[in-house]
Design a protein around this ligand. Structure first.
Ligand SMILES: Cc1cc2nc3c(=O)[nH]c(=O)nc-3n(C[C@H](O)[C@H](O)[C@H](O)COP(=O)(O)OP(=O)(O)OC[C@H]3O[C@@H](n4cnc5c(N)ncnc54)[C@H](O)[C@@H]3O)c2cc1C
Length: 419
């Protein structure tokens, strides 16, 4: 083996933009492979991105991601390696309510459960047929999966299951089935994840999920509070300019929003046209103290429609002995924070409670995804074909799916395939 060539490769100066789950997973995978010269640029004052844990009244709460599933192997491995504890999520504490009345919906009948189980079996066959969705990335997406999931569910007679899927999908901010390509839903509900949900092998991090990324980041060079004003790529190197000056690198990994990178990147025509097609959901987290409502989590399926945008779709009660809840809504343009608070307060009132304090309202530029048309046009294959061009690689939730597990898995896979 030519050791000097290997040393040269492992000594490459690598710049990673973004210290969220994807950027830190990539940095960790590179380090594990023996790369020694990695610098992560993060514009915020903390790492973790959408993994965001805050303290309210002395307890920790998640404003962003909260749970990981048993099959999120990259994240679970990191938690083990960095000695970050996980606990099983308590199940059976959730209720579905009607958004108009605040009343709990009737539980499933035995007959409905049997129908659902039959549809799970049909879905099992579909996940096998479209098993490529279980692999990292959205390349080679079958054209049959580019139609909206509502249509796909109708075609395959799994509409009861789709209603059940909506709880963890639209309830968790991933837009409405009428406008989301089926590929995203099959990716999120890949068979191993669905099994983990059914077997209740779902975890939360008792010290907060941000804590995991803080622990991973401690093993790396991370430049917090750093704004990139320009990145220029030449035939031999990458120049990154921040408020601290310009630094030279050999390789660039963009692990932050790709459309936003167009603001500072000397983007090619391909990069411009591909990244500008990414769209988002305005998913909002409202943390508040409430008196008088049920202990546990809740879903509001009647609000899973664009007509009810701004109304809560889900709420979470993290600590049974505290009165702080987080409410979640898919907002629409034109809705103010006052509108969102009114809708949340109104629902709480209908459920017999009162909101005593609103601690924070956080808008997330959430679930980067593309339309059916862009997916059908092969957008992800085109992004894959330019991976590595101009010394640049692209990772992050937009290239797989917006969960911690899937963003990390994609980043880990890219490093293992291409470095
Ligand atoms: C309310 C909410 C609930 C969620 N619930 C769950 C859940 O329960 N389970 C789950 O698995 N997932 C959940 N998610 C999704 C999950 O958090 C994300 O999909 C995942 O964390 C995305 O990781 P990422 O690294 O791709 O992107 P991000 O987390 O967005 O990280 C990108 C990083 O890049 C930084 N950055 C951006 N621009 C620049 C720049 N110009 N220069 C330097 N740095 C920059 C950002 O500050 C950020 O730190 C939730 C998200 C939200 C918001």
């Amino acid at each position: 083996m030519d050791h000097s060539k290997n040393d040269q490769r492992l000594g490459k100066r690598i710049a990673v933009v973004g210290a969220g789950a994807a950027g830190l997973s990539a940095a960790h995978a590179l380090k594990t492979k023996g790369y020694i010269n990695i610098t992560i640029f993060e514009r915020a004052h903390r790492v973790g991105g959408k993994c965001c844990t805050v303290e309210i009244d002395g307890r920790d709460y998640e404003l962003g991601a909260g749970i990981v599933a048993e099959d999120n192997s990259v994240v679970l491995k990191l938690a083990k390696e960095f000695d970050v504890p996980l606990t099983r999520l308590p199940f059976g504490r959730s209720v579905n309510v009607n958004g108009e009345t605040g009343k709990a919906l009737a539980k499933r009948t035995e007959r409905e459960t049997i129908t659902l189980m039959c549809e799970v079996l049909k879905y099992r066959a579909l996940t096998w047929k479209f098993r490529a969705t279980g692999k990292p990335g959205l390349m080679n997406t079958d054209a049959a999966l580019t139609i909206p999931f509502s249509e796909f569910a109708k075609t395959h007679h799994i509409e009861h299951l789709a209603r059940e899927f909506a709880l963890f999908f639209t309830g968790f901010g991933y837009d409405y089935f009428e406008r989301i390509p089926a590929a995203y839903v099959l990716k999120y509900y890949r068979w191993s994840t669905l099994l983990a949900f059914m077997q209740r092998k779902v975890y939360r991090l008792p010290n907060g999920i941000q804590h995991l990324w803080t622990a991973v980041a401690a093993a790396h060079i991370v430049r917090l509070n750093t704004t990139i004003s320009r990145i220029e790529r030449s035939a031999t190197s990458v120049s990154v300019t921040t408020e601290r000056g310009t630094e030279e690198f050999d390789t660039l990994i963009i692990a932050s929003a790709l459309d936003e990178a167009l603001r500072y990147l000397d983007a090619t025509e391909d990069e411009q046209s591909l990244f500008s097609k990414i769209q988002y959901v305005d998913y909002v987290t409202i943390a508040c103290t409430i008196n008088g409502i049920l202990d546990g989590d809740g879903y509001v399926p009647s609000n899973f429609t664009p007509r009810r945008a701004g109304h809560p779709v889900f709420w979470h009660h993290r600590h049974a002995d505290a009165k702080v809840y987080t409410f979640y809504a898919l907002a629409d343009t034109g809705q103010t924070d006052a509108d969102l608070t009114d809708h949340m307060t109104d629902l709480v009132k209908k459920m017999g409670g009162t909101v005593s304090t609103v601690h924070s309202i956080t808008h997330w530029k959430y679930f980067p995804h593309v339309s059916s048309e862009a997916m059908k046009g092969g957008l992800f294959d085109r992004i894959e074909s330019i991976q590595g061009s101009k010394h640049t690689y692209y990772i992050g939730e937009s290239l797989n799916f917006s969960t911690v597990g899937l963003a990390s898995e994609h980043a880990n896979d890219l490093v293992n395939r291409l470095f």
